[in-house]
Design a protein around this ligand. Structure first.
Ligand code: OVM
Length: 410
């Protein structure tokens, strides 16, 4: 094994290269086994791929900070492609203020209040598709469902599906290097960015939506109107493409494994567990960086201050040191503890809403669809941060109308 002069294992892999992104899980075992901390010579950054170290770095936000950006780019030395997120790309105390404003808008009660609308949209979509035979699991389900419910929940004046998807794609590519993926998606930055910015204005958001609820924190002086606009931008950045990728991955897991689909069909209330396990298994957000604020020793390796550290959430979620039979998708497993939503002060603030989408969609499909099968080769979508599918040909066989699953739906 090659090492740095300091004795740290070195890897030559490019985690943002097409070979890696086309099949990321193939590479994770080597990264984990190389050591608790690995030097990625291609980029001159550190990497952690084992659960224990990833978890510890996420927990220790004071040492592994976010304000220098959570991508490869170091905001202390390079100009970010857009004004930094007040939430994702910030540390306490600034982060805490932003987080509080969003948490007040996105309470457990708010999310519970979305359930009936989301559930109804899922049942309707499942009903439309169940009898259609062949569908694209990405365009017809994984994109269609979040786009139907998200714009309304946030209070956008227009659906804007194309722009929301394009913006997510560029934001998540931009956490990686300025490779061809990033450059290609940023070609739309001016146009799509302007559309996104326009939706973030107070008067563009309908009353009662999540966007308007963020602006409520302006009225009591907790944040400024400019800050509110940036926090609405966070919802639009992080809230669509992630769930699209996640739902596509969940469908892929279930379509590949008839026994798992059968388990879900037998008891559609397992939908939440199935979605959770698909998050562990697939990790829609594969990686995030942190930047060290001081010299720190991890696994016997001294990492200097001001260095970038790449955290492989996806590799942690399949680390055999933490999980039994980690490469097996099993909805009966206790998947909690996975870091697909991160961990600690930056843990996904929209997780409850994402889980709601996954649960109601998979439950509705389980009640309506008897057999869910691949109808062709899935095509992976390459993105520097997100891992999932560009298309997922599915064959849907409607459930027998008298089957127990449908009867239970009422
Ligand atoms: C944000 C943001 C953007 C991308 C991802 C994310 C996964 C947050 O703008 O705050 O969390």
């Amino acid at each position: 094994m090659r090492t740095t002069p300091g004795g740290v294992p070195v890897s030559a892999v490019d985690p943002f290269g097409d070979d890696f992104l086309a099949d990321p899980f193939r590479w994770h075992g080597d990264l984990r086994d190389t050591g608790p901390v690995v030097w990625l010579e291609r980029y001159g950054v550190w990497a952690m791929a084992r659960y224990a170290e990833v978890h510890e770095a996420l927990r220790d936000w004071a040492t592994f900070c976010s304000s220098a950006g959570v991508g490869l780019s170091d905001f202390r030395r390079e100009t970010p492609w857009r004004p930094p997120s007040l939430l994702l790309e910030a540390d306490p105390p600034e982060h805490s203020r932003a987080r509080t404003a969003v948490a007040r808008a996105l309470t457990p009660r708010t999310v519970r209040g979305l359930r009936d609308d989301f559930s109804y949209a899922a049942i309707r979509l499942a009903g439309e598709l169940a009898g259609r035979g062949t569908v694209d699991g990405v365009a017809d389900i994984a994109e269609a469902f979040p786009l139907r419910v998200f714009a309304e929940a946030v209070g956008l004046a227009e659906p804007g599906g194309e722009q929301l998807l394009a913006y997510g794609n560029m934001a998540f590519n931009a956490f990686g290097p300025r490779n061809e993926l990033t450059m290609a998606s940023l070609r739309q930055a001016a146009e799509v960015g302007a559309w996104i910015a326009a939706q973030c204005a107070r008067d563009a958001l309908t009353p009662g939506g999540l966007g308007a609820r963020i602006y409520a924190s302006v009225d009591d002086g907790a944040i400024s109107a400019d800050e509110a606009a940036l926090l609405v931008r966070s919802l639009l950045t992080a809230g669509v493409d992630t769930t699209v990728i996640g739902l596509g991955c969940a469908l892929d897991c279930l379509a590949r494994d008839p026994a798992q689909w059968q388990l879900l069909r037998e008891d559609p209330t397992r939908a939440g567990a199935a979605f959770e396990e698909s998050l562990r298994y697939a990790s829609p957000v594969q990686t995030f960086f942190r930047t060290t604020t001081r010299d720190v020793t991890v696994g016997g390796v001294l990492i200097g201050a001001g260095e970038k550290v790449l955290l492989f959430l996806a590799a942690a979620n399949r680390d055999p040191r933490r999980w039994d039979d980690p490469d097996r998708f099993d909805l009966r497993r206790r998947a909690n503890g996975h870091v697909a939503f991160g961990f600690g002060i930056h843990a996904c603030i929209g997780a409850a809403m994402a889980r709601l989408e996954g649960e109601v969609l998979l439950e509705a499909l389980a009640r309506r669809v008897g057999r869910l099968e691949l109808a062709g080769e899935p095509r992976r979508r390459l993105n520097n941060t997100l891992s999932g599918f560009a298309s997922l040909p599915l064959q849907l066989t409607p459930a027998e109308p008298w089957s127990p699953g449908v009867a239970a739906a009422g």
